[in-house]
Design a protein around this ligand. Structure first.
Ligand code: ATP
Ligand code: MG
Length: 253
């Protein structure tokens, strides 16, 4: 059974205040995501990537069709499907450790185990020495690592990430892409990663799903072998980039 599935999903919104006109954001999208995949959703601005992620997270409902998690219809958000947003969604008044622990609030995990989980999660993203700091003392890249640690502490089966590194400088982004890919290959988590960067999608994914511009439909998919070179200095990676480029619509402005 797949971990996540969109089955013939269409999602429309009212396009105007009077609610007289409908705008179709996603048009009959079907997508099956197996456990352990690292899937990038790629496409021009406005093509429905964030809408797709919000449907998988349970923040939005489909207009028609179904969203399934382990074969059951998604009825709302769950710690099983953790989200990392583009902007840093940390509580400024809590320490780094408390921000991570917050994810376990309300769960029945005993305190000693909770502390251990928080510590382990921060260790996995290389921030165990920052546990007592406030988020305002962290760089943007560190904040996003805290957000990732939160999902690790929750032990989310699916990590849903909406352009998590796009506000960061190129070098930090590349470093975080690499560490996320390492984390994924060590942990066997399932990651759905939204990006509009072809190079980033090639660097990290096991599969790339390309959307058309609005209304969003799936144009094509590419499966990327684990041992394929991901650096654009290599002809194989460059050839894939050119092929994806040739299929990608310009953004609709
Ligand atoms: N809550 C909403 N109400 C009305 N329209 C919406 C809503 N959410 C999304 N849309 C529309 O759905 C379309 C897809 O939006 P979405 O945010 O998924 O695009 P995206 O691919 O994530 O783009 P970007 O790369 O710019 O983030 C857009 O036209 C957007 O205006
Ligand atoms: Mg978006």
């Amino acid at each position: 059974m797949p971990l996540l599935e969109l089955r013939d999903v269409t999602r429309a919104f009212f396009a105007d205040r009077a609610r007289s006109k409908l705008m179709v954001a996603l048009d009959n999208v079907s997508l099956v995501i197996e456990e352990g995949e690292f899937v990038s959703l790629l496409g021009p601005s406005g093509c429905g990537k964030t809408v797709t992620l919000n449907l998988l997270a349970g923040f939005l409902e489909p207009t028609t069709g179904q969203v399934l998690f382990r074969g059951e219809e998604v009825r709302g958000p769950s710690p099983e499907r953790g989200v990392v947003f583009q902007d840093y969604s940390l509580f400024p008044w809590l320490s780094v450790g408390e921000n991570v622990a917050y994810a376990l609030k309300g769960s029945k995990v005993p305190k000693a185990e909770r502390d251990q989980r928080v510590h382990n999660a921060l260790q996995q993203v290389g921030l165990d020495d920052m546990e007592d700091r406030r988020p305002n003392l962290l760089s943007g890249g560190m904040k996003q690592r805290v957000a990732i640690a939160r999902l690790l502490a929750m032990d989310s089966a699916a990590m849903l990430m909406d352009e998590p590194f796009s506000a960061l400088d190129e070098q930090t982004r590349t470093a975080l892409d690499d560490s996320l890919r390492n984390l994924w290959s060590q942990q066997g988590k399932t990651i759905v990663f939204v990006t509009h960067s072809i190079a980033e999608a090639i660097a990290i994914s096991s599969r790339i799903v390309l959307y058309s511009s609005s209304p969003g439909r799936i144009v094509r998919e590419w499966q990327l072998p684990n041992d394929m070179p991901r650096d654009l200095d290599y002809p194989e990676a460059r050839a894939l980039r050119d092929e994806i480029r040739a299929h990608m619509d310009p953004p609709r402005l």
